[in-house]
Design a protein around this ligand. Structure first.
Ligand code: AMP
Length: 287
């Protein structure tokens, strides 16, 4: 495994491999790797001839009061983990190459699905994500790019960028990897103290309970299901809820009545950490 810092060297690696007919899978991350990231890289390793994993904490997707400086980092450990699962290249660009002085160009969208949910409390977040991912895709030129359902809104936003900008890349969205108690793995879980960590699994537990209500056809009113989740979170000490939404999984349009497939998404602050989670549920309507 090799670490590449220079974008031009990264591009040369990709071009050489593509000219030799090798497919390239790409896993963009912000590092502090956990099994969620590694599951994406493992899929790429098994499906593509070469796997590139990037580690870059992208400043343009953080708001001024967010955790850019505190974001956890451990490059040595990340390199060992990436190597252990067969990643070929870890690409770690530096900010003076990604956004040199005088940088001007950003990728943005008109899509409604990029305006709600996480975008509401994090203005500019998806503009930063779309910009950096487009830049990384242009440098790495992969055949496949792997994202986690953990960031469902991000997957949909990036899917639309790939489609709208005619990028010849297939996006794969893979399932959420969880801790044994159900907490979705996240680099930000590191911010939790013991008490906060014991509350954090209630995000998933409340999603699971709500999904059972839907699957067993006990409730289809989205407002009532959201209230059920809110109460469950509050009863278990999760009191700073950012949003609870029930939406169509493809376009993230809010639902009033659950029918067919829906996605339930939660964002909540537990101590200093803003955690997100979601579940996709299917309710079969009457024949
Ligand atoms: P991040 O480093 O948080 O920007 O995440 C990089 C990629 O890993 C994104 O596509 C995330 O959706 C994905 N990811 C993060 N956590 C998980 C998880 N628990 N399970 C699956 N994928 C994840």
């Amino acid at each position: 495994m090799k670490r590449i810092v220079d974008p031009e060297q990264m591009r040369r690696f990709s071009r050489r491999n593509r000219s030799e007919d090798r497919s390239i899978g790409f896993v963009p991350t912000m590092g502090y790797l956990h099994q969620g990231h590694l599951s994406l890289a493992e899929s790429s390793v098994s499906e593509c001839d070469r796997t590139v994993l990037s580690i870059y904490v992208n400043p343009t997707q953080f708001g001024p009061d967010e955790d850019l400086d505190k974001y956890p980092r451990n490059m040595e450990r990340d390199l060992d983990l990436a190597k252990s699962i067969g990643v070929d290249i870890v690409f770690t660009p530096e900010t003076d190459k990604m956004y040199p002085a005088g940088y001007r160009t950003y990728v943005d969208t008109e899509a409604k699905f990029a305006k709600g949910l996480c975008a509401r409390k994090r203005p500019g977040h998806f503009r930063g994500v779309m910009t950096v991912v487009t830049k990384l895709l242009n440098i790495v030129e992969p055949d496949m790019v792997y994202f986690g359902q953990k960031d469902l809104q991000q997957c949909i936003v990036i899917g639309s960028v790939i489609e709208d900008l005619n990028l010849p890349i297939e996006l794969k969205m893979l399932p959420i990897v969880r801790e044994p108690d159900g907490l979705a793995m996240s680099s930000r879980n590191k911010y939790l103290n013991n008490d906060e960590r014991s509350k954090a699994p209630y995000l998933y537990r409340s999603l699971l309970s709500a999904s059972r209500l839907i699957e067993r056809d006990q409730e289809k009113d989205a407002g009532k299901i959201k209230e059920f989740i809110r109460k469950k979170l509050l009863d278990n000490g999760v009191d700073k809820i950012d949003y609870i939404e029930i939406v169509h999984p493809e376009d993230l349009e809010p639902m009033e009545e659950v029918c067919g497939e829906c996605a339930i998404l939660i964002a909540a602050f537990i101590g200093p950490a803003r955690l997100i989670d979601n579940i996709i549920v299917s309710r079969q309507g009457p024949e």
